[in-house]
Design a binder for this molecule. Structure first.
Ligand code: GLN
Length: 482
């Protein structure tokens, strides 16, 4: 049996019936990492010994996520375990505490397989901004896995992890999930603790699951949500997360966002997406056209606001308290300058300059203030749309995974990869990407968005759509183990 095809829910059932041991399961994933991670490069650090020990200790235990092999994006602090955020700035940094979302999963029994590659400080859409080299897409090693959680998405798609944690500031869970043919869920802002998540843009950042199925996303989310006294922006999720069972889509009013599903979307992607929309209609959902009138301003607003917040958050890397310190400086100012010049990559520097400029006196109103107003307009657009619709859909990305190197010298084209995902971050809304087909052999994702704290409705509909569309392909790296 190909254990790499199992979902976490299936594995838990098998372990519960004594048909599979945690040891065997972790062994299969570590073996796949050995075989393929030299090419895929999903991991920055593989926790080989620790994972084997945890799996052995999991034994026949009865913790709810007992023995599930899990990958963790390297943006999340893990006590005693390297956490680099894909940056030279944090090369060799070993945190003294663990992110709440990671501790919650560990307490529930998961096995930590290691830390996954990412764009430096989560800035990027291809994982090519990692200081430690790019990750490759398991469906086609010449293409990017998306980003910034590209390592996590590739690990799940390559059978190098059963599921993974990612973070999403402007699409970094959903876009790589779409490129790699897996499920990615960004929760409502505030529903998952950001304690121990290295900050990029604090009013956007959310941690969430990358999984093989919608059911698994719900299962992991059950353990992630909740108020954390260590993160004052976290709130209790008003409803308990339920594992979706019902596959019925009838009665749901779903709006297809016209601004995000027409022009600007590759014809091949559009075709696969439209087919999924029709399939959902056949399954009983009422599919109609919806509008987010200010959608076209989302990317410009995001690329003012996120860099502005980043420029403030990244001021802490000064060579004094964290990671890298440049040697040979004559005074403290020179030490700051040299450390930051050496430690940060080009994209991070670009964001710091953009953000500092947008926040500077004289330009603050024209840029930052204006972008905040756009954010409010987008929030209002969604409010209006959700008065008419239960949920909204669009393609997750305008294209399938592009070639390695194709967009590195063209930041604006790179930024456009997030055109469909950024709106949900501006409005703080939950959104999921599920694979709905292939275009030219590469996965296409559908994004479903809901009102704040509607995770249950969203997961239920995504589960129904997943069943109706019945996309059952896995990457060639998993298929070859059948
Ligand atoms: N690609 C977007 C950016 O570079 C989103 C990143 C993210 O969600 N972390 O800002």
């Amino acid at each position: 049996m190909n254990l790499l095809r199992l979902t976490a829910m299936e594995a838990l059932e098998m372990m519960g019936r004594g048909e599979l041991s945690a040891d065997e399961l972790t062994g299969a994933f570590l073996d796949q990492i050995d075989r393929h991670d030299g090419d895929v490069a999903a991991y920055l650090y593989v926790n080989k010994t620790g994972a084997r020990e945890a799996a052995a200790a999991a034994g026949g235990g009865d913790r709810p996520l007992n023995g599930i092999p899990t990958a963790i994006k390297d943006v999340l602090c893990t006590e005693g375990m390297l956490t680099t955020c894909g940056s030279r700035m944090l090369e060799g940094f070993v945190p003294v505490y663990t992110a709440t979302c990671v501790s919650r999963l560990t307490e529930a029994g998961v096995v930590n397989l290691g830390k996954t590659n990412m764009d430096e400080f989560a800035m990027g859409s291809s994982t090519e901004n990692s200081a430690f080299g790019p990750t490759r897409n398991p469906w086609d090693l010449d293409r990017v896995p998306g980003g910034s959680s590209g390592g996590s998405a590739a690990a799940v798609a390559a059978g190098e992890a059963m599921w993974a944690l990612g973070s999403d500031t402007g699409g970094s869970i959903r876009q790589p999930a779409s490129f790699c043919g897996v499920v990615g869920f960004k929760p409502t802002y505030g529903s998952v603790s950001r304690y121990g998540l290295v900050a990029f843009a604090s009013s956007f950042d959310q941690v969430g699951p990358l999984t093989r199925s919608v059911g698994d996303a719900a299962l992991m989310l059950q353990h992630l949500v909740g108020k954390d006294p260590r993160d004052t922006t976290s709130v209790a999720h008003p409803e308990q997360i339920v594992i979706p069972e019902d596959r019925d889509l009838s009665g749901l009013r779903i709006g297809v966002i016209s601004e995000l599903s027409g022009e600007g979307i590759d014809p091949g992607v559009r075709e696969v997406f439209q087919k999924a929309v029709s399939t959902m209609a056949d399954a009983g959902a009422q599919m109609e056209t919806a509008s987010i009138p200010h959608a076209e301003y989302c990317i410009p607003a995001y690329y003012i606001l996120a860099p502005a917040e980043a420029s403030a958050n990244l001021a802490r890397y000064d060579g004094v308290r964290f990671g890298l310190r440049a040697g040979g400086a004559r005074d403290v100012i020179e030490m700051y300058e040299e450390t930051r010049s050496l430690g940060f990559g080009d994209e991070v520097k670009r964001r710091i300059m953009l953000g500092t400029y947008a926040l500077s006196s004289g330009y603050y109103d024209a840029y930052y203030g204006q972008a905040q107003k756009v954010r409010t307009l987008v929030v209002n657009d969604f409010d209006a749309a959700f008065r008419e619709f239960d949920l909204l859909v669009s393609p997750t990305t305008p294209t399938t995974a592009f070639g390695l190197g194709e967009r590195v010298d063209d930041p604006l084209t790179m930024y456009m990869s997030d055109i469909c995902t950024v709106p949900a971050n501006l409005a703080g809304l939950p959104a999921i990407s599920i694979p709905v087909g292939l275009d030219g052999g590469m996965p296409v994702g559908m994004q479903i968005m809901g009102p704040a704290f509607s995770a249950n409705r969203l997961l239920q509909a995504a589960h129904g759509a997943e069943a109706a569309v019945a996309f059952n392909r896995v990457s060639p790296l998993v298929e070859e183990r059948d």
